[in-house]
Design a protein around this ligand. Structure first.
Ligand code: SF4
Length: 208
């Protein structure tokens, strides 16, 4: 059974994912897709699972929806190198079917570790399966683009880029949602500075 090592790292998680057999998806995959990006990213994007292109290349979001995701990240004033991108399941469900609850549960050990290691300010969920991790029972059409403070970070549910590619009407919506990210990040930075200043003035006043 995979357990969290004492000195964990993103490389360690990726190495374990590549040889993982914790669920049935290991049988049909070509390559597992651990995720990639900036290990100190302030924004982490969590999709559903690898598709055909991702399974072939072992990289997340490399097909048409990946190209669109790169565009969306640009609408947030960022580049792919600035963020970390992964999925709730790291192996491709056959025929692009939905991942099953027991597969998501089996794979959550890796996503939990990635979130803990990267410790982003903002998590963007892409599609309903990653949304359910933070907003169980909610509907994406009701809550997309609305940031919620969960723990010490913001989680923003968004449509999956593939859905927006297939339904033209959603394209403008998902672009608008990504355009909200710079303000959220700036607010987060301000809150951090305020907390730092408060901490410093508390230290100074305790010196007198
Ligand atoms: S989907 Fe996750 S739990 Fe299942 S085999 Fe792949 S890495 Fe392991």
């Amino acid at each position: 059974m995979a357990t969290e090592p004492e000195h964990d790292s993103l490389e360690q998680v990726a190495d374990e994912v590549r040889v993982c057999t914790r669920c049935e998806l290991s049988r049909s995959r070509t390559h597992a897709v651990p995720g990639e990006g900036n290990p100190k990213a302030r924004v982490m994007l969590i999709g559903e699972g690898p598709g055909w292109h991702e399974d072939q290349q072992g990289k997340p979001f490399v097909g048409a929806s990946g190209k669109f995701l790169t565009e969306l990240i640009g609408h947030a004033g960022l580049q792919r190198e600035d963020v970390f991108i992964t999925n709730v399941v790291k192996c491709r469900p056959p025929g692009n079917r939905d991942p099953l609850p027991d597969e998501i549960e089996a794979c959550s050990i890796y996503l939990d570790r990635q979130v803990k290691l990267i410790d982003p300010d903002v998590i963007v969920t892409l599609g309903r399966f990653s949304m359910s991790r933070y907003f169980p029972g909610e509907r994406i059409s009701r809550i997309h683009g609305q940031a919620k403070e969960i723990g010490h970070r913001l989680v923003v549910p968004m449509y999956h880029p593939a859905a927006a590619l297939h339904q033209g009407a959603l394209k403008a919506t998902i672009i608008e949602d990504f355009e909200k990210l710079p303000r959220l990040l700036a607010d987060r930075e301000k809150a951090r500075e305020a907390a730092r200043e408060k901490g410093e003035s508390a230290t100074q006043s305790s010196m007198f």
